[in-house]
Ligand binder design. Structure first.
Ligand code: UDP
Ligand code: MG
Length: 309
């Protein structure tokens, strides 16, 4: 019998865990030809998540868990689940029931047809704010433009099925700044997208705020592209050229009229403008430098405190 692992990162999800377990069990009771296991990754939760997981796993043999030593973030949690899985396919999904478990049979049948990665494309329900909708859409468009992979198709959610061959490749990736949605698009293989409507979060609060989304955006861009670095060179070239062109009439004026040119205000403006521009570019360099720093230390993406496997 083929075995499917469901990987679920959980950060303060004490109320959602029993519910998602039940939903997934229902789905698989209609798929008797498959074995399944659920790998919950407790990402340093501060509520009763760990107790709930220990109880659940003592009652149900298909429930496994990994407990992190602290909060490492959503992406490392998914990666950990992938690393510890041992099955024919892995499905990653959220604990908050926003990813409908009812989609699993469709994902599995696409996989059986021969697709290696079955990703999902999130359609928004009306209740989701326009702001989140738009920022998310523009983010993936922008990301696709600036990096060299098309992310508008695979982006948007970490609800995804991966064949064992894909999981093997992913397990061996040693990136310190994880951006799995981008990685899975970048990897290639035979991919298929399925559309779904995201549900509202069931219990608890979303832990992604604007600040986190911005950070995620920076991670996404800098993990896949060095184009921002080229920006510095282009801007430098452009402004050098511009300054020469603008300078010519003044030189001629000074040469023929022999008078000095006043312009304290414009001088300061220019100095300030270029000062700012240089800082921005230094900042971009800094972001890449920071990534190299992190990568070079080769610290693990996560630390496991306890597990049942
Ligand atoms: N999550 C996690 N670590 C974190 C934040 C979130 O493991 O630091 C999990 C969370 O429990 C959920 C999933 O990642 O299963 C998605 O998080 P959330 O629902 O907060 O994000 P959103 O759906 O708003 O993008
Ligand atoms: Mg959510």
């Amino acid at each position: 019998m083929k075995k499917i692992s469901i990987v679920i990162p959980a950060f303060n999800e004490e109320q959602n865990i029993p519910l998602i377990h039940q939903k997934i069990s229902e789905v698989f009771s209609a798929l008797p030809t498959y074995n399944f296991e659920i790998i919950f990754v407790n990402d340093g939760s501060r509520d009763q998540t760990q107790n709930v997981l220990e109880n659940l796993s003592s009652q149900f043999p298909e429930v496994k868990y990994l407990e992190f030593s602290r909060n490492f973030g959503h992406q490392p949690a998914v990666k950990a689940g992938i690393d510890y899985s041992n099955s024919n396919a892995v499905i990653s999904m959220d604990a908050d029931l926003q990813h409908p478990a009812e989609l699993i049979p469709e994902m599995i049948s696409a996989w059986e047809e021969g697709f290696d990665i079955v990703y999902t494309i999130r359609k928004y329900p009306k209740e989701i704010s326009r702001f989140k909708r738009k920022t998310s859409d523009y983010f993936y468009k922008f990301l696709s433009k600036i990096s060299d992979v098309d992310m508008t198709t695979g982006g948007g959610s970490d609800f995804r099925l991966m064949d064992a061959s894909v999981v093997d490749v992913m397990r061996n990736m040693q990136e310190s700044d994880l951006f799995l949605r981008g990685l899975s698009t970048w990897m290639g293989f035979k991919q298929k997208g399925i559309k779904f409507t995201a549900n509202e979060r069931f219990h608890g609060e979303s832990s992604y705020n604007l600040n986190k989304m911005m950070k995620f955006a920076f991670t996404g861009i800098t993990a896949f592209s060095v184009k921002p670095l080229y920006l510095a060179a282009y801007l430098g070239f452009f402004f050098s050229l511009l300054s020469v062109v603008i300078y010519i009439p003044y030189v001629l004026h000074a040469f023929f009229a022999g008078t000095e040119i006043s312009g304290w205000a414009s001088l300061i403006m220019t100095v300030v403008f270029f000062g700012g521009l240089q800082l921005v570019i230094l900042g971009i360099f800094g972001i890449y430098l920071g990534k190299i720093f992190k990568q070079v230390k080769e610290r693990p993406n996560y630390i496991i405190r306890s597990k049942n496997f």
